[in-house]
Design a protein around this ligand. Sequence first.
Ligand code: HEC
Length: 228
Amino acid sequence: MANKSVWSDNRFWQRSAAWVTGFASVLLIWLTFDTSAQISMGNDADLQNGVTKRVPGPTVINYKITYEMSQKRGHEVPIIGGNDGKGMSLFQEKETFFGRDDWSEEEAAELLHLGKLGTQAKNCMNCHTLLGNGAYYAPDLTKAWLDPAWGPNGSMQAMTGKDTKEEAMAEFLQHPSQYPTHERMMPNLGITAEEAKGIVAFLKHMSSIDTNGFPRNFAKIQGAVHGK
Ligand code: HEC
């Protein structure tokens, strides 16, 4: 028994397993707390006071949101209410959403809630991806609000004949099969005008979330779907 190798010693493997399990548990618990702080939603006061939150509060729908390259981080980041010139949000420039830029915290939260229920009830994830969950049968929706195709000179806005991005998207959602641009068509899902409003608010809010540049290459693929 004197020459028994450590590799064939049961106790060595038992101890290693216990240490690895212990270390991994501590790491996972720490990561869970670290992530919870990162993903907790901000509120209206944060936006008013210029506090950058990874997940901004619901009233972010009152602000102009753009997607700009951050040299420091090496990918695009959502910029809310204008750029301070150093790649950070200014939280100043407002933008009307269905005619108003003064949605209160309660009203905005209610709209987002309606939109969230709508996306779940109609199972958008069956075809699309939202924040990394879902399918790639249809375009990724994480940053769909920022797709220039829906903007003032975009093909989608022109096609729906609406004057604003939110109205164009809401019109498309209610009657997608009237505006096919893709070899794959989105079916009519029976979305009402009210639901569409909530879903568009949900999409606008989602686009304001700092996702560390996910989905990758959005700037290159945007417009590719609808040819701008
Ligand atoms: C059965 C599959 C399917 C389901 C379910 C579905 N979609 Fe779509 N969607 C598509 C396809 C396909 C397209 C591309 C259509 C086109 O470009 O003509 C599309 C396009 C879109 C676009 C335009 C994408 C862009 O980047 O401009 C939006 C926005 C959208 N869908 C939102 C939704 C929402 C919100 C839901 C849930 C309420 C939903 N879709 C459910 C298939 C689906």
